[in-house]
Design a protein around this ligand. Structure first.
Ligand SMILES: Nc1ncnc2c1ncn2[C@@H]1O[C@H](COP(=O)(O)OP(=O)(O)O)[C@@H](O)[C@H]1O
Ligand SMILES: [Mg+2]
Length: 240
């Protein structure tokens, strides 16, 4: 393990039982993610990307193998430890935004802030997070009054509410048109560069790969290949 490795999967297998049938979603997955890197997990539908992300985020357990975060095997955590890990260390961003429709943008972020010990004014903090994703002016808008890209940026502000060092994004632009998708990638890119957040982005869209520091190609539940980009592209230069 290199010194800056934040996340390490060791010989991870994940099986799902579907009645009589066992689905081998992950088959001996080995993966290392350095701290602060923008990592893309790329592969076709069904190859195990979401499963990998869920294991890293502590939403699910491996059938065998280890999921090591900062030297600790989180698959051995008890319920309380894994709940704390999920709450304090990771932020999730999903394809379908998952905002609370009856709360406006500011309240959606405040709701996430309320799960944590906060010093100072939660409302001001929420506005600060919305400012970071370029949406302070939209703070009073409800999700239905925001575009898809704007909703996803609120989701990013919410994911940052716990100051987590790891942001896990599952097809975050999958439901967006090119322009708004690019704005979302820009915000994630800036978070990674300016705040040193470790971003892992899952996609089947090869066009996103050039902006990553490293691209992990996944096939049949295992890592097939890793590309390291010495000069990642700016999100605005991607060719969709
Ligand atoms: N909860 C589940 N129950 C049964 N099979 C599942 C479940 N989740 C995923 N799978 C199966 O595991 C494999 C990997 O799925 P997934 O990680 O969602 O792939 P991806 O995100 O790359 O499309 C697929 O064959 C999928 O059908
Ligand atoms: Mg998936």
């Amino acid at each position: 393990m290199t010194s800056d490795t934040l996340i390490r999967l060791e010989s991870v297998n994940k099986d799902y039982q579907m009645g009589e049938v066992t689905v081998h979603a992950l088959r001996g997955m080995d993966l290392e993610v350095p701290e602060g890197a923008f990592t893309v997990l790329l592969g076709p539908s069904g190859c195990g990307k979401t499963t990998t992300l869920n294991l890293i985020g502590g939403l699910d357990d491996p059938t065998s193998g280890k999921v090591v975060i900062e030297g600790e095997d989180i698959s051995s955590y008890n319920e309380r430890q894994i709940t704390e890990y999920r709450r304090d260390s990771v932020g999730f961003i999903f394809q379908f935004f998952n905002l609370i429709p009856t709360l406006n943008a500011r309240e959606n972020v405040e709701f996430a802030l309320a799960l944590h010990k906060n010093h100072g004014d939660v409302g001001e903090k929420a506005l600060g997070l919305l400012e970071m994703v370029g949406l302070r002016e939209r703070a009073d808008h409800f999700p239905s009054q925001l575009s898809g890209g704007e909703q996803q940026r609120v989701a990013i502000a919410r994911a940052l509410a716990n100051n987590s060092r790891i942001i896990l994004c599952d097809e975050p632009t999958g439901n967006l048109d090119i322009g708004t998708g690019q704005q979302v990638l820009r915000v994630l890119h800036d978070m990674s560069r300016e705040r040193g957040v470790t971003v892992i982005l899952v996609t089947h869209n090869t066009a996103i790969a050039p902006m990553a520091d490293r691209v992990v190609h996944i096939r049949n539940g295992a890592v097939e290949d890793i590309d390291i980009n010495p000069e990642p592209s700016d999100p605005d230069e991607l060719n969709w």
